[in-house]
Design a protein around this ligand. Structure first.
Ligand code: FAD
Length: 503
């Protein structure tokens, strides 16, 4: 087997992988980034970049490349829930006051190209099969490219290889210490946007009706993506009869999302998933880290995964770079990795809760929720800050906002007062749990306590079985974690010990 040496090996070459590779390569480190697929290639995602995510691409030096794809800029954000229609401007982040939505098939390759331009050695169609261990530390990977097996030794192994992470599996971190079952599934497709030239083609919209949440995001070439998120059980209807189920879901909100889509043509096929478990995995250990979805995933109902993959991919490089520069001891490197994981978890906990809460398959436009949303009408930027991750959701939907919404709901719907009060009371433990996590903050490292916003009865798929190096590269199809074949791996000679779930 050929053996190579480098400083850092990054497994996975999309968002988190490119962000880490760019940052470390710019810092003068030797980085090899390995991607199983040949980019450009697609991945399951509705890929909205909120302004704070666009700002991340700017920090990484990739924004110009993305803008060269001529995506429509969306300075507007809109929430539609029956008679409540809130239109706001995004708050600017680093001077960027617009969102972008570029199909992953185009977006990801530009990030990988930026990594290459920064000096990373980017290798496509290279499947990582195993992590190499020396004296209890991750010390590299074994991979296969073009039938040839190669061992790449490195001081740091970064798994940026998505939800079915080989690195997580080989580092004993596959099973999350904290997870929440998704209540919603997702079905999406592209189509022409009948409103090109109007403000709608510069607006990212969320629609709420029945038991479904939907999104419309403008994409390049006068097109748009529409994602519907009904209760997860309804995805089986989508699989049985895609067009019929799509029409039925959209038809349930004919004056809302139905009107937005009317006149759209040239629809692509519908992609769907019913498996989007949110989780935190132990994401650092001796000589290894898990960036992006490999380490943490939250429900796509909040559209935040790309932003965090980019941000904490970058932050990983920024935090460990100086330790690698100074030739720090292994213990210093591991402490830096853990510091990074703590920062990620502190920052992401609020949106994890928000995603779990929004993923409940109950009605997303009850009288109470509609009135809470209506409270933001005319208050420029506040609700958008929630989607934009400018402030934490519980600070935006504050007790004052909830109280106002409740009073208005009781006033406007005198016949439904009992139901409204019951719903408000039901939200109290959820609010309390979220605020408790915020209050306990940094003391909660890898804590597995389940709060009322989470559905902890998760049936997480087992650690993928090892397979021989000759196994064909599995396709990242449309199915979720539970149904796809897992990544392959040869048996490690000196494997890791299981990662502790609470420290
Ligand atoms: C239905 C859905 C809709 C979503 N919508 C949005 C949205 O609108 N906005 C948003 O911000 N986020 C959204 N997300 C989340 C977002 O897609 C992810 O958070 C994001 O893709 C994470 O990027 P990543 O780089 O960590 O992982 P990935 O994008 O999963 O990339 C991992 C890469 O690793 C490679 N890989 C895997 N194993 C190996 C191996 N053994 N060797 C080499 N390479 C390997 C894979 O081929 C893949 O290219 C959505 C997710 C879903 C499921």
């Amino acid at each position: 087997m050929r053996v190579e040496e480098t400083d850092v090996v990054v497994v996975g070459g999309r968002l988190a992988g490119s962000a880490t590779a760019i940052t470390l390569a710019r810092g003068g480190h030797r980085v090899v980034m390995l991607e199983r697929r040949r980019l450009p290639s697609d991945v399951l995602s509705s890929h909205a970049l909120v302004p704070s995510a666009v700002a991340e691409t700017a920090r990484l030096g990739a924004l110009e490349r993305l803008l060269a794809l001529d995506p429509p800029k969306s300075p507007w954000v809109h929430v539609g829930a029956g008679d409540v229609q809130v239109h706001e401007h995004w708050s600017a982040v680093d001077g960027i006051g617009y969102g972008l939505c570029i199909p992953r098939v185009d977006q990801d390759v530009e990030l990988a190209r930026t990594a290459e331009a920064a000096g990373a050695d980017v290798r496509m169609q290279t499947d990582v099969r195993d992590v190499v261990w020396r004296a209890g530390r991750a010390a590299g990977v074994r991979c296969v490219h073009d039938g040839e097996e190669v061992e790449i030794r490195a001081r740091l192994v970064v798994g940026a290889d998505g939800r079915r992470s080989t690195v997580a599996a080989r580092c004993g971190a596959w099973t999350p210490y904290r997870a929440s079952r998704n209540g919603r599934g997702a079905a999406y497709r592209y189509m022409t946007d009948p409103h090109v030239g109007t403000r709608w083609h510069a607006t990212m919209s969320q629609w709420r009706w029945g038991t479904t949440v939907g999104y419309t995001f403008p994409t390049p070439g006068g097109r748009m993506i529409c994602m519907l998120m009904p209760p997860a059980e309804r995805i089986s209807e989508v699989r049985r009869d895609p067009e019929g189920a799509w029409r039925a879901l959209v038809g349930e909100d004919s004056d809302g999302i139905g009107a937005r889509l009317r006149g759209a043509t040239d629809h692509t096929r519908i992609r769907s998933t019913s498996e989007t478990i949110s989780y935190f995995r132990a994401s650092s250990g001796p000589g290894w880290a898990l960036a992006g979805d490999a380490g943490h995933f939250k429900d796509p109902v909040i559209g935040s995964g790309q932003r965090d993959a980019l941000r904490f991919g970058r932050r990983l490089g920024e935090i460990v770079g100086p330790v690698l520069d100074a030739g720090g001891e292994d213990a210093e490197l591991d402490a830096a990795l853990q510091e990074w994981e703590r920062e990620r978890d502190r920052t992401c906990m609020a949106s994890y809760h928000w995603g779990s809460r929004e993923s409940r398959p109950n009605a997303p436009a009850t009288p109470l929720l509609r009135e809470v949303i209506r409270t933001f009408d005319g208050h420029r930027g506040q609700l958008a800050d929630n989607f934009g991750r400018v402030r934490d959701p519980e600070r935006i939907v504050s007790p004052r906002v909830v109280a106002l919404g409740l009073l208005n709901a009781l006033h406007r719907h005198p016949g439904r007062r009992r139901e409204i009060v019951r719903e408000a009371l039901g939200e109290l433990p959820i609010e309390a749990g979220i605020r408790l996590d915020r209050w306990l903050g940094r003391h909660l490292f890898r804590a597995s306590t389940t709060r009322p916003s989470e559905r902890g009865d998760v049936d997480f798929p087992p650690v993928p079985r090892a397979a021989s190096a000759a196994v064909a590269v599995p396709d990242e199809g449309t199915a979720g974690l539970a149904t796809n074949g897992g990544p392959s791996a040869a048996g490690a000679s000196e494997g890791p010990t299981a990662v502790s779930t609470a420290r």
